[in-house]
Design a binder for this molecule. Structure first.
Ligand code: FMN
Length: 376
């Protein structure tokens, strides 16, 4: 049996993951962005309704590794699908846990929006270290109506995007910047000198990653080019704009070429990243004093919320995680970033550039709720 077909639960027993996603492929003809259209419509189980929003959370490489177990009434238990990790660039699954923080934040926000609340226990069977195992990430128990109105940021959940494009040559409005800094654990800069240093450092992290074959190949393997390939794989990095498909058709943009330094595909990708770094109008980052699983989860909750604040302010966000990663060749950038941003100690968990968008990106594909519900 394929490992992908099963998730072994800590409490014993094996459950079958939904088959379409389990094979990594979606049914032929499915719209890879359908999850963004009217999420939760027609759902009668409030857990499923709220999960329809939670699956839209930002997450590393769009791997969407979470699985929800709904078999106990009134509860949701989240597990990780360990076939969807990033072993080279995220060797201790730190970023994957940050992604879970976002899922939990949006799940709780959606529940409250629909008049419910849940008690949340993180890592109820202990914090897995140094890597995630098959123990649950979180268990949530519905506990009734919270009272009060929903979160005013909730509607922004559908507007939020990771925007990797060039940003406008326009400084960030100080009031909008102050709104970002009001989120828990968030720091930032729009100051010219620091901005220059950070632009150079994040690009250097990306350049190093491109020249570290194991790390670079991990991304290339998770990239899908053209509408058909993306529809079949509604996860990973999606290059399905018509221009990408056209370059793929003439053989300029292929995975093999992306993986090979010196090709047009390789050079253009770095040029694109350089433009992104150079047009950053500011940076925001999230620091935690320690680097336990609960700190990583908290950073993810904070980042997911920060994305909504940015969307409400009309600001674009784009995380640059390469220099924060643990593999050996990033050490100089890792150290330089921590010296610059956390001189008194602590772990930088997220670092994103900010600015005003020049074009609104399409939403990133999602596997869809049914692919992420554990079946008994
Ligand atoms: C922990 C974490 C790290 C991320 N790092 C990067 C990154 O280095 N570069 C990047 O382009 N996007 C990064 N992202 C954004 C994801 O790639 C993005 O959320 C995902 O592809 C889904 O797209 P969406 O946010 O538009 O829904 C990161 C997201 C998270 C949660």
């Amino acid at each position: 049996m394929d490992r992908r077909d099963f998730i072994r639960l800590a409490g014993g027993g094996v459950v079958l993951a939904a088959t379409a996603s389990a094979a990594g492929c979606a049914p032929v003809g499915a719209d890879p962005r359908a999850a963004w259209d009217n999420p939760g419509a027609g759902e009668t189980d409030i857990r499923r309704k709220a999960l329809s929003f939670a699956i839209l959370a930002p997450n590393p490489h769009n791997m969407q590794p979470w699985m929800a177990d709904l078999r106990t009434p009134g509860e949701v238990t989240f597990y990780v699908d360990r076939t969807r990790l990033l072993p080279v660039t995220d060797p201790f699954n730190r970023q994957i846990v940050i992604g879970f923080g976002g899922v939990l934040a949006y799940f709780q926000m959606a529940l409250r929006q629909f008049g419910q609340s849940a008690e949340q226990t993180l890592f109820p069977d202990g914090e897995p270290a140094p890597r995630l195992d098959d123990r649950p990430i979180a268990r949530l128990r519905l506990v009734g109506a919270p009272g009060g109105a929903g979160d005013p940021l909730f509607p922004r959940l559908l507007d939020r995007r990771t925007d990797r494009g060039a940003y406008a040559d326009r400084p960030v409005d100080p009031a909008a910047f102050a709104a970002l800094l009001a989120s828990p654990g968030v720091s930032g800069t729009i100051e010219a000198g620091r901005l220059g240093r950070l632009r150079a450092l994040v690009y250097e992290g990306a350049r190093i990653e491109a020249h570290t074959p194991a790390a670079h190949h991990e991304s290339v393997e998770r990239t899908f080019i053209g509408a058909k390939d993306v529809a079949a794989h509604p996860w990973g990095i999606s290059l399905d704009q018509p221009v990408m498909a056209a370059m793929n058709a003439v053989g300029v943009l292929t995975k093999a070429k992306m993986a090979t330094p010196g090709t047009t595909a390789f050079n253009e990708a770095l040029k694109f990243l350089k433009t992104g770094a150079d047009t950053a109008q500011g940076f925001v980052w999230i620091t935690t004093a320690e680097n336990r699983r609960i700190d990583q989860t908290a950073a993810g909750e904070s980042y997911a919320r920060l994305c909504l604040v940015a969307a409400a302010q009309g600001l674009a966000m784009h995380p640059w995680s390469q220099g924060l990663q643990e593999y050996a060749t990033q050490k100089p950038v890792f150290d330089a970033l921590h010296k610059e941003l956390a001189p008194d100690g602590g772990r930088i968990q997220m670092l994103s550039r900010i600015g005003y968008p020049t074009a609104k990106p399409r939403p990133a594909p999602r596997r869809g709720l049914n692919a992420q519900i554990l079946k008994a």
